[in-house]
Design a protein around this ligand. Sequence first.
Ligand SMILES: [Zn+2]
Length: 387
Amino acid sequence: MPQRLSARQILDHLVSFPTVSRDSNLALVDWVEAYLNGWGVTAHRVYNADRTKAALYAHIGPEVAGGVILSGHSDVVPVDGQDWSSDPWVVTERDGRLYGRGTCDMKGFNALALAAVPLALEAGVKRPLQIALSYDEELGCIGAQPMIAAMAAGLPRAAAVVVGEPSQMKMVNGHKGGHGFRVQVEGFEVHSSLAHTGVSAIMEGAKLIDWANRRNAENAAARPTPLAAMFTPPWTTLHVGTIQGGSAENITARDCHFGFGFRVVPGEDPLEWVARLRDEAARLEAGMQAVRPEAGITLEEVYYVPPLVPEPAGAAEALVRRLTGDNGTMVVSYGTEAGQFQLEGYSAVVCGPGDIAQAHQPDEYLEISQFEAGWRFMQALVEDLAA
Ligand SMILES: [Zn+2]
């Protein structure tokens, strides 16, 4: 028999790997794989292009459909410049809390899911438990999709997915989608006294940004659908968070680039918003090129987090309600990988220990009471799968 590790002991191991998104997560993946192998469970890896990171998934139980996927991300946000009272890579217990980077977001959930593996084996589950561990979630959910596709293609189809992002163990069945672009505006430099013969990338970029302002005003003034009304604010928002450009006061700017993001309410098609952005960029570009043919606007997709659309009578929602007794309805303002599972045809919800308010913070912590509630959830899940 392999040595039995408690969820808390597993958490100590997971937190000790500084899996900041910019760095490799392979040491953590090696550890998880060895742990699973110790229980006779095969782990499958899905590498990134340069094989510096991997997602991992596993199947526990009979080769039948109808199981449950527990999904988490292995990466964490950096601690650079943050003031920590204790080593962020060591779980430190004080005041009924477990301090450490990732305890809340979301290695606490991952530890609970991994601790449930021997439980599921011993209970002789009749429906399988599947584990999914992604990377690069904190960079805009860019690492999970190939893993989800591999699971959909290679494993018996699970009936429900629980993404364990911190929700205080409440059932969350919806969030907005996120879609980010890098907009590159190429102008033509002339002395600003002759601005009509050049193209200012800044002035043209400003037109595209003002287009976003006008859409925001329009969206805010429109009457929300019942689905959109669940969200705060109940409309799709467009936002520019960073901008750079220009070289001097008296020169039309040759370059202007900015980060452009959508937060799309479920029920609206994110791709339609992209098409509208592209149309507007093309319209502006035509005007720029009428002055200087080398001018232009290019859009580069940086991330896409599909919305999580509440499913009427969804299997994942029913499961989590059964296990937690939570009869409320909650949506959240942050994006998760649950929408990506949904796009692959899975029924998915978010439910995990901890409060998102503690995520990404210095002195990030998970309440021990939340960790214990998470463990009760895992026990109830295994019982459910064994029934
Ligand atoms: Zn997270």
